[in-house]
Design a protein. Structure first.
Length: 157
């Protein structure tokens, strides 16, 4: 049984997400990417997100599931078992990404490289929306102008 996040559209619409604040949409999109990712990509995604956090932080997120994964998945190499990966719910990933955004924005932006480097993930519409938001968020942080979907449509006309 796959858990659906209530605030995500069933059909991705980039204009909806680009008009929303990137910080709020990113955790939801990362969770959706995690849900559809194969085991190795899930492991790599979690390893990246867990890296900047200590055990105390991990114990406070998702009822301690990430502290458990970190301890049983190996240290410093992260290799959790398949059953452990299946226990991570979408809501846990959302909470994890929210926390990581406060601690290490660079880690969240590293997700873009992970998604681009995976042929399986890069073909997903949700992953494409996530990449667009991460690029937009990165530009905002650097003070660069952010192009919205409407701007591109106006130029094309």
């Amino acid at each position: 049984m796959q858990e659906r996040l209530p605030n995500l559209p069933s059909t991705p619409d980039l204009t909806t997400w680009t008009s929303a604040p990137a910080n709020g949409a990113i955790p939801d999109l990362v969770a959706q990417v995690y849900e559809t990712a194969p085991q190795e990509e899930r492991r790599a995604l979690l390893a990246m997100l867990l890296r900047p956090l200590g055990l105390l932080s991990l114990a406070a997120i998702g009822n301690g599931i990430f502290a458990h994964l970190r301890l049983h998945g190996g240290w410093p190499e992260f290799q959790p078992g398949v059953e452990d990966l299946k226990r991570v719910r979408s809501s846990d990933v959302v909470a994890l990404v929210h926390h990581v955004q406060q601690v290490s924005v660079e880690t969240v932006h590293g997700i873009a490289e992970l998604v681009k480097g995976s042929p399986v993930l890069a073909g997903s519409a949700t992953a494409a929306m996530l990449l667009a938001l991460l690029v937009q968020h990165s530009r905002r942080r650097r003070g660069e102008p952010v192009m919205r979907a409407e701007d591109g449509e106006a130029r094309a006309a």
